[in-house]
Design a protein around this ligand. Structure first.
Ligand code: FES
Ligand SMILES: [Fe+2]
Length: 349
């Protein structure tokens, strides 16, 4: 399986790496995450160079990782620094490190085309995580489905009125008929939808004191390794909703979609929301309802994938809601073609 390489992918959230090693596979490559002596997150190939036990089966000792089989100790850069009972450390006793960076509480890992490849850009920012208007919480879901089915789902929010009737749904027909604009710029795809004078769904009324009907927006920014989705609403007619500084209730979702294997995925999400000064404290409500919402997506997408396996891949029919998802699929197909091309060139040289 090939994936778009030479880019930052989400490896998890800062709060997930505690004092124990955390083993996860990204893009078919097993990785162990742990904290070094200064508290920084480090990532190594999850295979001891002695007899191949996953290092994630071991333990962290003063910022180094002790293998759980015969006790070799590895520093954050992958160098073996202790072989119990043996003074000499073999020169080849090291495991490959991965570049990692923690920004806005997101752990990013650089997945390079070449072994040892280094990042050529800064990791993406998640502005909502650092914005004093918002508070956020999130979670890490595991999917028994390929990562692009998650992209499809997030780029096509027309499903909201059918799948999420208990939380962020609302009137299904209004969602399906919402004017939708799709724009693409290089690897970035943007989908904007508006639902004017619509009925507020359950999550919105629980989190914000709307007076009645609402003018609602969904603005989806797709990047290859993650999406940021800005949704929200104002009281119908209260103010224009194309103003970047608009008021009202804001939900800013972050969605890190990292392939685990060709057929399984990590989904790292957060939801940041605004609270009305006279309204209830909505952090827990928004978190709970968002977690329930994304669990509904997981059920749908895993069922979809099981059925795709049962039926094979007969042709599928496109409808109007697919424009954004299809555009993102073209971005990834092109990147994979380019990677194959680059590989071919480096093999020839
Ligand atoms: S397998 Fe790790 S020390 Fe032997
Ligand atoms: Fe959904």
């Amino acid at each position: 399986m090939t994936y778009p390489l030479n880019r930052w992918y989400v490896a998890g959230f800062d709060w997930e790496v505690t004092d124990a090693p955390l083993g996860r596979t990204f893009l078919d490559r097993p990785v162990v995450l742990f904290r070094d002596a200064t508290g920084r997150v480090a990532a190594l190939e999850d295979r001891c160079c002695h007899r191949a036990l996953p290092l994630s089966c071991g333990r962290v000792e003063d910022g180094a990782l002790r293998c759980g089989y015969h006790g070799l100790l590895f520093a954050a850069d992958g160098q073996c620094i202790d072989v119990p009972g043996q003074a000499r450390i073999p020169g080849k006793a090291r495991v490959a490190p991965y570049p990692v960076a923690v920004v806005d509480q997101v752990i990013w890992i650089w997945m390079a085309q070449e072994t040892g490849g280094q990042p050529d850009r800064e990791p993406p920012r998640v502005p909502a995580h650092a914005d004093p208007r918002y508070r956020f919480r999130g979670g890490a879901f595991h999917y028994q489905a390929p990562y692009q089915l998650i992209h499809d789902n997030l780029l096509d929010l027309s499903h909201v009125g059918y799948v999420h009737t208990k939380t962020i749904g609302g009137n299904a027909r209004v969602h399906m008929e919402a004017p939708t604009n799709v724009a693409a710029d290089g690897e970035h795809v943007r989908v904007v939808r508006r639902m004017m004078a619509s009925t507020p769904p359950a999550t919105y009324t629980a989190a914000w004191p709307f007076e009645g009907a609402i003018d609602r927006w969904q603005e989806i920014d797709f990047h290859v390794s993650h999406l940021q989705i800005f949704t929200g609403a104002v009281d119908a007619g209260a103010e224009p909703i194309d103003n970047p500084d608009r008021g009202g209730f804001h939900m800013r979702g972050f969605h890190g979609v990292t392939p685990e294997t060709a057929t399984t995925s990590h989904y790292f999400w957060t939801m940041a929301a605004s609270s009305h000064p006279d309204g209830p404290d909505n952090l827990e409500t928004v978190y709970r309802q968002t977690a329930d919402t994304f669990e509904e997506d997981r059920v749908i997408i895993e069922a979809q994938w099981r059925n795709m396996q049962r039926f094979g891949q007969p042709p599928m029919v496109d409808i109007h809601v697919d424009a954004g998802a299809n555009r993102a699929r073209r971005v990834i197909a092109l990147l994979k073609e380019n990677d194959v091309e680059n590989n071919r060139e480096s093999a020839v040289q």
